[in-house]
Ligand binder design. Structure first.
Ligand code: SF4
Ligand code: SF4
Length: 134
C-alpha cells in the first residue's frame, strides 16, 4: 500500500465527514416522513472503489447478512437512520437523490447548491484518483 493511497483515502474520509451534516440538513427534512424508504439490503454491497477506499484506510468492511432478502430493509438501518458513519457507507447510499430530496435541495439558494456540487465533485475526484493509484 503506497503512502499516496493512504493519504488520498484519509482525505476522502475527511471530505465525507465534512459533507455529512450538509446533506443531513436535507435528509432530516424529508426522510422521517418517507413512505418508501430507499435503504434496501441490496445497496449494502460495496463496489470496487468503496472496497479500495476502506482497504487503504485499513478499516473493517462490515459483514453482509446473506439471509436477508435483497429488497428487505437494510440491516444497517436503525430507528433514526443508518447506523454506519457516512464515511464508511457505500458511496451509492450518499449519492442518491430521490425526488423529494432533490425538490428541497433545488429550492435552496444557488450558493448552497454550489456548495453541494463542490463536495460531490471533490468526493468523485478523490474516488477516481484512488482507483487509478493502484
Ligand atoms: S432519501 Fe428519499 S427515498 Fe430515501 S428515505 Fe429519504 S426520502 Fe425516502
Ligand atoms: S445508508 Fe445505511 S442503512 Fe441505508 S442502504 Fe446504505 S448502508 Fe443501508
Amino acid at each position: 500500500m503506497t503512502n499516496e493511497r493512504i493519504l488520498l483515502a484519509r482525505k476522502l474520509r475527511q471530505v465525507l465527514i465534512d459533507f455529512s451534516p450538509v446533506i443531513e440538513t436535507y435528509t432530516d427534512a424529508v426522510c422521517p416522513a418517507c413512505a418508501d424508504i430507499c435503504c434496501k439490503q441490496r445497496f449494502t454491497v460495496r463496489n470496487e472503489t468503496d472496497l479500495q477506499y476502506l482497504s487503504a484506510l485499513n478499516a473493517p468492511v462490515p459483514s453482509i447478512d446473506p439471509a436477508r432478502p435483497p429488497d428487505a430493509l437494510c440491516q444497517f438501518l436503525g430507528p433514526t437512520g443508518c447506523i454506519q458513519p457516512r464515511w464508511m457507507r457505500p458511496w451509492r447510499c450518499t449519492w442518491y437523490f430521490c425526488e423529494p430530496l432533490l425538490t428541497v435541495i433545488l429550492a435552496e439558494p444557488r450558493k448552497k447548491t454550489i456548495e453541494l456540487e463542490a463536495f460531490t465533485g471533490e468526493i468523485l475526484r478523490l474516488r477516481n484518483e484512488l482507483l487509478t493509484r493502484r
